[in-house]
Ligand binder design. Structure first.
Ligand code: ZN
Length: 402
């Protein structure tokens, strides 16, 4: 482990004083920096409770510990009001130019979320500049509907190290299908990122599920040795039991975005990973019935009034696909993409390709997903696919295209 991953006592002190910091733990040994974030959505208390329990036990038991655990509270203001957000979703608009502009805006013209985003962004920049190794960010969430826990990670090889070993269903590509998430920015900076949905917002088990995730992540990352965690098996078995019967790895195929004024209402009775056939009635909005665009598994059906994602459709990914995709990425096969008709490299942006094909060409989507290119946008009338930055990049080299 690089010596630079020892955070100096002065740096730790500054982080501990940050208004979003719940607490941190370090014994001054080198090792990975893990950041656990709870309540990015204020009506999701489970992550904060989980992180507080982990910190309190580490302080009491003092097992041998490498590196640093930092626990943060996301939307402090909405947490106090017990609502998802005050004026806008804090887990959106994490675009570097907009965030930099928050530095110069008069605080009285800022919304509650603007102020918190500015504070969190400055903390992340500070951590990014302190660390020569990727920081591990775990964003702890919960869902409006009753749900078993699952994990989401951007489809980068570095994310597979921990996310693939957590005994939870893993969904790839969800973060790439939503623009401007906090983890999207941190992933573009080259860090290891994953989000975990621990269960229903106020279900008593949700915070315990998230606590088990944090303990296992500390072991998988190398902060803790599992022999020093007496109840490691209990945490692992808790998650394994909850994951039983669900696909180990799946990928997002479709996201239903909810716009303000849509009057979106999800049909009752859907739960995570529930299989649906193409054309199944899933929801209604002001334009009428919303049917499943393809057969697949429903994920995160929206059963609360606030939220921009109506539902997702995912499908299972086979282990052979994962092995092949890792091999092709290590061989940098994406460099050959411009040899295919209708695909060219973006002239300025790294890890971006422009295509003149339709986005619904299944062969194209499958190929690009295999190579990690899951984010698609129309820019200046052109269909552009991009992936999260594959490497850890330093401050000077980083570039966060929107
Ligand atoms: Zn959430």
């Amino acid at each position: 482990m690089n010596a630079a991953s020892v955070l100096a006592p002065t740096a730790l002190h500054a982080i501990a004083e940050h208004p979003h910091c719940l607490g941190l733990y370090s014994q001054g040994n080198p090792g990975p920096v893990i950041v656990a974030i709870g309540s990015m959505h204020g009506n999701e208390p489970g992550g904060v409770l989980a992180a507080e329990r982990v910190l309190s036990r580490l302080a009491n038991d003092t097992p041998p510990f490498n590196g640093t655990l930092i626990a943060l509270k996301g939307n402090v203001t909405a947490y106090e009001a017990n609502q998802r957000f005050i004026t806008r979703d804090l887990n959106r608009l994490w675009y570097e130019p907009e965030l930099a502009s928050l530095r110069t805006i008069d605080p009285k013209d800022m919304s509650a979320e603007d102020r918190q985003q500015k504070a969190l962004f400055q903390l992340f920049e500070h951590l990014h500049n302190l660390s020569s190794e990727p920081v591990i960010f775990i964003d702890l969430h919960s869902t409006s509907s009753h749900s078993h826990p699952f994990c989401m990670a951007a489809d980068t090889l570095r994310n597979r190290r921990i996310a693939f070993q957590l005994p939870l269903p893993l969904v790839l590509g969800l973060e790439e299908s939503i623009n401007g998430t906090m983890l999207g920015l941190l992933s573009d900076w080259g860090h290891i990122t994953m989000a975990v949905e621990g269960g229903q917002h106020v279900h008593p088990n949700t915070s315990f599920n998230l606590e088990s995730v944090v303990w296992l992540a500390l072991v998988l990352a190398g902060n803790l040795d599992k022999t020093d965690l007496a109840d490691y098996d209990k945490h692992e078995n808790r998650l394994k039991k909850l994951a039983k019967g669900f696909p180990s790895v799946s990928e997002v195929r479709y996201r239903h975005k909810v716009e303000p004024g849509d009057r979106f209402i999800m049909e009752p009775g859907f739960s995570n990973f529930q299989p649906v056939k193409q054309d199944t009635l899933l929801a209604q909005d002001c334009e009428g019935p919303i049917l499943a665009a393809e057969s697949g598994l429903v994920l995160m059906p929206l059963y609360q009034s606030q939220g921009e994602d109506g539902f997702f459709l995912v499908r299972e990914v086979m282990p052979a696909w994962l092995h092949l995709s890792a091999l092709l990425r290590r061989l940098h096969v994406d460099k050959l993409l411009p040899l295919m008709p209708g695909i060219r490299k973006h002239p300025h942006l790294p890890d971006h390709f422009i295509t003149r094909h339709q986005s619904d060409h299944t062969w194209l989507l499958d190929l690009l997903h295999m190579l990690g290119y899951r984010k698609r946008r129309i820019i200046d009338g052109q269909l552009i696919f991009s992936r999260r930055r594959p490497d850890h990049v330093n401050q000077e080299a980083r570039q966060t295209p929107q």
